[in-house]
Design a protein. Structure first.
Lengths: 387, 149
């Protein structure tokens, strides 16, 4: 079924900071850098922006005031991952609420993420942040949530932890080529398997990396984007997914997640099929999420990701290269570039489709599949394309 | 209600998001009674506690004592988490979602005690027991089989 919104809204500008464990800067300053970069990249000025879309980390009114954007007719501070900002900006533009949205995401290593972070007086004053540990040690809510499902996946399909290690190694091998990335030392399977278990069966290498930095995007009508300097990146189809058991402990099984719902809806609305995809951006907040996105998107059957990775591994670059051509999380993902809750995945996807990914460029990339979010309540799927 | 005031419940569980919909669950814990919400109209159990039955939308949900029998559906062993008395994260703190005998898919999350690491597995039959942390009862599960079987 073709939706009227298909290919009607585009990403027309990109801006980002580098990502690091300690940028020594405020979250707001990094967001402003990314926003200024995106507006200039699109060849626009402050008065061209009439929509703002961020999150409560750095709310829209902060950005509007700080950049002197005279008038907005639509703004929203949304939850993460970043498909929400992309999709709601698309909807607002198509509905006529506004014409050009500056959508952005800032990340800041809050004091709740680690003892080291809490020792920094700036971070301490900033607050604990959303990653603060739940007060009870006996819960699957919060950051624990995907670990028991990783255990269940290994048991259910009879595979070893190497399946998760391959996700971490793929991302790290790509990050080595990304000068924005926070982690650029190569990672071996030996490193992975000998790492300390944090939440069994997962290690530090199975988790995204808290960092400082920001991404920003100009989103506007495809018609308008065609008059701007860069090749428009069209939002071809988009979907979200959630079911009636949106809690880690209550979810029925690994194949009863929001991922299935999002991807089914995407394939209903997308004319671009899986075989047309040139570059794939599965979410990697936890390695088990990435493994299941491969299986859920349809690259292989449930429980077959480990064998699939082996069959599609490019030894010379030590990474996944599906059918010898489709690279995966070319920026290094949230594990190795840094945890941007999906904004990094969208920014790199857009850069690939513009042909501006430099040494990481997938030749002639025209279609990118971005699948942000995990199992319980935040899965999404977006197909981007160029003309 | 039941002789334990709301103030005492809040005081016993600092940092826990207690509200009008789940306070009876926590009051029950202080009496070593594990209560899970059950619909008085259609009999469906649900967890976590909410104001309506998700199956029939009845508001007649009643915190109801469970049998305490179940099977481990999911588990992890934590080596990192909020500091708590009696928990050694270096050794590992096991947490499981126990599928309760009352209803398929109805799970309660708790720690596992009296269980060797090599015994801990998905599918292990377990039963409710009680431990204490700083004088407050904590529901836990232990293997239902003889310990070294």
């Amino acid at each position: 079924m073709t939706l009227p919104i298909k290919d009607r809204v585009a990403i027309a500008g990109l801006g980002s900071t580098p990502f690091s464990r300690d940028a020594g800067r405020a979250a707001g300053a990094m967001v402003l850098d990314a926003c200024v970069g995106a507006v200039r990249d699109a060849g626009l000025t402050a008065s061209d922006i009439d929509g703002l879309c961020g999150s409560n980390v750095v709310p829209a009114r902060y950005v509007q005031g700080a950049l002197g954007i005279p008038e907005c007719t639509w703004h929203a501070n949304l939850t993460i991952p970043f498909q929400h900002q992309i999709i709601e900006s698309m909807n607002a533009i198509h509905a006529g609420m506004c014409s050009t949205v500056l959508a952005y995401h800032g990340v800041y290593r809050a004091s709740g993420t680690s003892r080291a972070a809490s020792a920094d007086p700036f971070r301490a004053r900033y607050g604990a942040g959303p990653n603060v540990l739940f007060q009870t040690p006996d819960t699957f809510e919060g950051a624990v949530g995907h670990s028991p499902w990783a255990r269940r996946y290994l048991d259910k399909y009879g595979v070893g932890r190497e399946v998760f290690g391959k996700v971490a190694i793929n991302n790290r091998s790509n990050a080595v080529l990304n000068e924005r990335a926070a982690m650029r030392q190569p990672l071996t399977m030996e490193d992975y398997l000998s790492a300390r278990l944090v939440r069994e069966p997962l290690t530090l290498y199975d988790m995204d990396l808290p960092v400082d930095g920001a991404d920003a995007f100009i989103i506007t009508s495809a018609e308008r984007a065609r008059d701007l300097p860069h090749r428009p990146v069209l939002i071809h189809a988009a979907a979200l997914g959630q079911n009636d058991r949106p809690f880690s402990a209550q979810m029925l099984d690994v194949d009863c997640t929001g991922q299935q719902i999002a991807i089914r809806q995407l394939w209903r609305h997308s004319d671009v099929r899986l075989g047309d995809v040139d570059v794939f951006f599965p979410y990697d907040g936890f390695s088990i999420i990435t493994v299941r996105w491969f299986e859920t998107a349809g690259y292989c059957d449930d429980g077959e990701a480990n064998a699939f990775f082996d069959a599609h591994w490019e030894t010379s670059t030590d990474r996944i290269l599906i059918d010898g051509r489709v690279a995966v999380n070319t920026h290094g993902g949230s594990m190795s570039e840094g945890a941007t809750q999906g904004s990094g995945h969208f920014r790199e996807a857009a850069a690939q489709l513009r042909g501006e990914a430099g040494v990481r460029q997938v030749p002639n990339a025209k279609h990118a599949l971005v699948t942000p979010g995990g199992f319980f309540f935040n899965a999404g799927a977006v197909m981007l394309r160029t003309e | 209600m039941n002789g334990i005031t709301d103030a005492a419940v809040f005081e016993s569980f600092p940092g826990v998001a207690i509200d009008h919909d789940n306070i009876e669950h926590y009051r029950g814990i202080l009496q070593r009674r594990l209560l899970v919400n059950r619909c008085a109209d259609c009999g469906t159990w649900h967890e976590p506690a909410r104001s309506r039955c998700p199956a029939c939308w009845s508001t007649r949900v009643e915190p109801t004592k469970i049998s305490g029998r179940g099977v481990i559906a999911l588990f992890t062993v934590l080596h990192h988490g909020p500091p708590a008395t009696g928990i050694d994260y270096q050794e590992g703190h096991p947490v499981a979602a126990v599928e309760l005998a009352e209803q398929p898919g109805l799970r309660f999350t708790a720690t596992i005690v009296d269980c060797k690491r090599e015994t801990l597995r998905i599918g292990l039959p377990v039963e409710l027991t009680w431990i204490e942390r700083v004088g407050v009862p904590v529901p836990a599960f232990r293997p239902a089989e003889p310990r070294n079987a």
